[in-house]
Design a protein around this ligand. Structure first.
Ligand code: SAM
Ligand code: DTB
Ligand code: SF4
Length: 328
């Protein structure tokens, strides 16, 4: 049974379980709802890079800081399509397009709508992350064939103001409402390693797991420190806290895909194996995330072979269909 009434105290007691008990519970729940040993693989592409008006303190793309980043205007739709074709050929089932915008302007809508239609026509699931959306924009994206919209809460409500001042926590929840009301699937999670406390990680998980409907996809990013941003020198989070966050998310939101997102590149094979044990079942593949390096397809192929994992087939939903998985 799915629950939306988790209390912080319940979440805290899960988070603090002896690690093996937490992992055992998370993996047992995982196997009740998903095909074991099967990982959904997405590819990310930045369609507009840098000069973002928002001040997210972790981000290489914010115009407020001095990160070493080459800004790029909107890239042409045909280039996006070529990247999507390559992603499909390499075994990805979903193509995620991200733009460094506060929100899409009306003049950007024909561009993104065209892109969604063409990527969808390749037989890929589509995902976008373009900042805040109003309800009409969400509906038009849905009508064009968008499957998922990514918009993260990032951290707890209490810690949020330490990280971003240019949009509020409630602005983010409003966008998630518009996305849900338009019939899009919701991808929403956060970042750990921002200098937050354990209570903040619990607060983030509480917000996500008490939404009226759990996000179908929950990315758990580990901060990638970016020189020139205010969080460049923040103390690194212990990997075990990242694992605990993933396992707790799996138990709270049993039917959601839990995605290992930013930060995977710096983790060992055994750290990642623990994360899969904790119930993570989705990754970004490819050499690059939006602006930072990712684990890379070669390393992922080796990791999957070593761990006996397979990639979920494109367009296949394990919730509704028998799984016929293929190796990446
Ligand atoms: N501009 C859009 C927005 O913020 O909604 C979409 C792109 S933004 C880069 C998507 C998410 O990536 C952020 O919400 C954050 O969780 C994550 N992210 C960005 N920079 C990161 C970093 N340096 N380390 C870890 N996660 C990061
Ligand atoms: C998400 O939660 N993580 C992805 C995706 N959604 C768009 C982005 C990670 C970005 C990491 C930093 C970078 O590459 O710029
Ligand atoms: Fe802009 Fe998104 Fe980066 Fe924030 S996370 S600065 S909104 S690109």
């Amino acid at each position: 049974m799915l629950r939306n009434d988790w209390t912080r105290a319940e979440i805290h007691s899960l988070y603090q379980l002896p690690l093996m008990d937490l992992l055992f519970q998370a993996q047992s729940i995982h196997r009740q709802h998903f095909e074991k040993n099967t990982i959904q693989v997405s590819t990310l592409l930045s369609i507009k890079t840098g000069k973002c008006p928002e001040d997210c303190k972790y981000c290489s793309q914010s115009a407020h800081y001095d990160a070493d980043l080459e800004a790029e205007k909107r890239i042409a739709v045909d280039k996006v399509i070529r990247e999507a074709q390559a992603a499909k050929a390499s075994g990805s089932s979903r193509f995620c397009m991200g733009a460094a915008w506060r929100n899409p302007h009306e003049r950007d809508m024909p561009y993104v709508l065209e892109m969604v239609k063409e990527v969808k026509a390749l037989g890929l699931e589509t995902c976008m992350t373009l900042g805040m959306l109003n309800s009409s924009q969400a509906t038009r994206l849905k009508d064009a064939g968008l499957d998922y919209y990514n918009h993260n809460l990032d951290t707890s409500r209490e810690y949020y103001a330490n990280i971003i001042s240019t949009r509020t926590f409630d602005d983010r929840l409003n966008t998630l409402d518009h996305v849900r009301d338009a019939g899009l699937k919701v991808c929403s999670g956060g970042i750990v390693g921002l200098g937050e406390s354990e209570q903040d990680r619990i607060g983030l998980l509480h917000e996500l797991s008490t939404l009226p409907i759990h996000p179908e996809s929950v990315p758990i990013n580990m901060l990638v420190p970016i020189a020139g941003t205010p969080l460049a020198d923040v103390e690194k989070l212990d990997v075990i806290d990242w694992i605990r966050t993933i396992a707790t998310a799996r138990i709270l939101m049993p039917k959601s895909y839990i995605r290992l997102s930013a930060g995977r590149e710096s983790l060992s094979d055994s750290d990642q194996a623990l994360a899969f044990m904790a119930g993570a079942n989705s990754i970004f593949s490819g050499e690059k995330l939006l602006t930072t390096p990712n684990a890379g397809q070669g390393r992922d192929q080796q990791l999957f072979a070593k761990l006996g994992l397979v990639a979920e087939k494109p367009q296949l939903n394990v919730r509704e269909t028998a799984v016929d998985a293929m190796a990446i």
